[in-house]
Design a protein around this ligand. Structure first.
Ligand code: HEC
Length: 148
């Protein structure tokens, strides 16, 4: 292989790495506006995480709250049970992404369920679809995709 080809390969490799890094940092970028994030992070789950609460959360995720319609039964966002040919805008979050799970506090996720993620298909669910207690149950289930 001549130097030109090696150079080209290195260039392609670096490009692929930086695209991967950019898409990852886009996912990790906080969704709560900067002037509200401190207050949002101070909010904590007031309910105990029990098998019953997780079961309720799963039932809501797959039923009344239809989270499954976008995030998939497997929580992967691009789940195997979903058709994304019609999806516009940012893709639904992959809840099995451990870096994303670590990057968010429970309070930030609760803020999302109250306000949605502005400018995306992630809509607010509290209070129209979920009570606050139900929202915490769903979030316990969302956390369980991260292995917690
Ligand atoms: C209509 C499709 C749709 C439905 C239904 C939906 N989501 Fe989402 N969700 C999205 C999209 C798209 C994003 C990505 C938004 C972004 O990148 O900011 C998202 C992102 C999220 C996030 C991540 C926000 C962050 O801080 O990164 C959480 C948490 C979430 N959804 C929870 C839920 C829960 C819980 C439900 C059910 C109550 C639900 N979603 C229902 C489309 C949906």
């Amino acid at each position: 292989m001549d130097a030109g080809r090696v150079g080209l390969m290195v260039w392609i490799l670096l490009g692929a790495v930086s695209v991967g890094w950019a898409s990852n940092s886009e996912v990790l970028r906080p969704r709560v506006p900067i002037d509200q994030i401190e207050a949002a992070r101070a909010v904590t789950n007031p309910f105990p995480v029990t098998p019953e609460m997780l079961q309720q959360g799963k039932a809501l995720f797959e039923g009344k709250a239809f989270c499954r319609a976008c995030h998939g039964a497997d929580g992967k966002g691009l789940g195997m049970d979903l058709d994304y040919s019609t999806f516009k805008g940012p893709l639904p979050r992959n809840f099995t992404d451990k870096l994303w799970q670590q990057a968010r506090t429970d309070g930030e996720l609760f803020w999302i369920l109250k306000n949605g993620s502005p400018g995306t298909d992630m809509a607010p669910f509290i209070p129209l679809v979920l009570t606050e207690e139900e929202a915490w149950q769903v979030l316990m289930y969302v956390r369980s995709f991260g292995g917690r």
